[in-house]
Write a new protein. Structure first.
Length: 495
């Protein structure tokens, strides 16, 4: 205990006071706080000796979690009560619409192709009486692209055609095939990091083409999520060996502050941002049960005294416990640690790490699982596979600069179908012509549920449907793509 006498009285008093005020603080965290406050190196054993002198030391043990003291327990059969609690937590919501509506859909005869008026009807935003639920894939393509505003052209007669839309149609159509593949972030210390346009993962090699998204959408994500940080950046997961560096960037630590951001297409640089504000930014990242470090985060953690959160869009209840931890390698940085279970399982499936310290745990779990709703490892990682996406031949889409108005519906639906082939479909579905996809995908029946902040399509398939696995995969890719309509309502496909 001789090392205690090497510290100034104010250091000893600071450690004792912090421990008394926060009895759950570990020696590691107290050491980090001392180093940050007094700019001196302190070992955990030295801090423990101070605590022993003050009779505040506790026996050593593995990582423990600081559970929220108040238990949140609502009967599972009362989802409306759970939902009311969530609505109070979610401060930002889409504009109110009519009360939720649930309908059964029955497709019309598929002997003839959809008429222009049918296509126009089914890809109009906010439509509640869809008869062919499979057209949600085309709607998702319209919302994810810049072409959604041309929906009014479908089924219109030439004399009624909006001239401004017609004038810009072919320019925007060309832009539709300009995709963003990666975003490079350059730091003060000369280092750099490469992210996909969804900010799902940190890459050090070629990024799969399926993760690319149209330039307008990608720049919107970049501006709102990273540059201005109006919305937290929600990583699907991060490599364990790079996690501390990513945290340093978002904590705006000297040397790791963002100097410049470059945006790339498949080969060339398309945009550059060299006036990025220096600021602390909010992020979330998942550690999933199939990752190597998942066990380390979940040792000695159980689901007793956990809170619960009901996510209406997924129609599931989740349990979680909420704790804090000091990150090794980042002096004085504390992370929020939320461990998440499904209601049915005794073992957790997800750990959410975030520097968002001022919001409730319910909101963090809600926001993260709405962003990354696929919870099984097979489909959770599907978007990040390194397989090549289909090579869309765009020359045929761009060669004609003028089209008669009666050909616009065909041209428009082919563009949306091309988007589905490149970003949602895999395997045999990628090779489908529009007519083939119309027959086996877009004409599928199903149910629609429209809530205040989300829409959910449940597809029904015949017993002998030959493409069920690929359809399931396509639905998961839509869900992982964070598709929202023009009102900000999040859309999910349930298979």
């Amino acid at each position: 205990m001789g090392v205690v006498h090497k510290f100034k009285p104010e250091v000893v008093d600071f450690v004792v006071q912090q421990k008394k005020e926060n009895i759950s603080f570990s020696c590691r965290r107290l050491a980090a706080l001392v180093e940050n406050r007094f700019q001196i190196k302190v070992s955990k054993s030295s801090v423990n000796n101070i605590l022993k002198q003050a009779s505040l030391s506790s026996p050593p043990k593995r990582r423990t979690w600081i559970l929220q003291p108040k238990k949140f327990k609502i009967p599972h059969n009362k989802k409306k009560q759970l939902l009311e609690g969530i609505k109070k937590v979610i401060q930002e919501s889409a504009p109110s619409i009519d009360p939720p509506l649930q309908e059964d859909f029955h497709p019309e005869s598929n002997k003839e192709a959809f008429s222009p008026e049918t296509i126009r009807h089914h890809i109009s935003q906010g439509d509640k009486d869809i008869k062919n639920a499979g057209l949600i894939f085309l709607k998702a393509a319209a919302w994810m692209s810049s072409m959604g505003r041309y929906v009014p052209l479908l089924g219109a007669e030439e004399k009624d055609s909006p001239e401004v839309l017609m004038a810009n149609y072919f320019t925007d159509k060309a832009r539709e095939f300009i995709n963003i593949y990666k975003i490079n972030v350059y730091l003060e210390d000369g280092g750099s990091m490469c992210f996909d346009p969804y900010f799902g993962f940190l890459w050090n090699q070629a990024i799969p083409g399926a993760i690319s998204i149209p330039m307008d959408r990608a720049l919107g994500f970049l501006s709102k999520n990273l540059i201005s940080n109006k919305n937290p950046v929600m990583f699907h997961h991060l490599p364990e060996n790079s996690f501390s560096q990513v945290v340093s960037i978002f904590e705006n630590i000297s040397g790791k502050r963002i100097q410049k951001i470059d945006v790339f297409g498949e080969e060339e640089k398309l945009a550059c941002f060299d006036m990025v504000p220096f600021q602390r930014r909010i992020f979330m990242s998942g550690v999933w049960k199939w990752q190597n470090d998942f066990t380390e985060w979940t040792n000695n953690v159980h689901s007793k005294n956990c809170k619960e959160v009901y996510i209406e869009a997924l129609d599931r209840v989740f349990k979680f416990c909420d704790g804090i931890d000091v990150l090794e390698g980042c002096e004085g940085v504390c992370l929020r640690v939320l461990i998440v279970w499904t209601l049915e399982e005794d073992c957790p499936f997800l750990v959410i790490l975030t520097n968002h310290l001022k919001v409730s745990g319910e909101k963090i779990v809600f926001d993260y699982l709405m962003r990354w709703p696929c919870m099984d490892s097979e489909y959770s990682m599907d978007m990040f596979k390194k397989e090549s996406s289909v090579n869309i031949k765009i020359d045929s889409f761009l060669k004609e600069k003028v089209l008669p108005i009666e050909r616009l519906p065909l041209d428009f639906k082919e563009i949306l179908h091309a988007y589905c082939r490149q970003h949602f479909f895999q395997g045999a579905l990628q090779e489908f012509s529009y007519e083939q996809a119309e027959a086996v995908i877009y004409s599928l029946s199903g149910e629609c549920f429209i809530g205040e902040t989300f829409g959910r399509i449940t597809l029904s398939v015949p017993e002998d449907y030959p493409h069920e696995a690929l359809l399931h995969q396509a639905a998961k890719r839509v869900n992982q793509s964070n598709v929202s309509d023009d009102s900000g309502r999040r859309w999910l496909i349930i298979k």
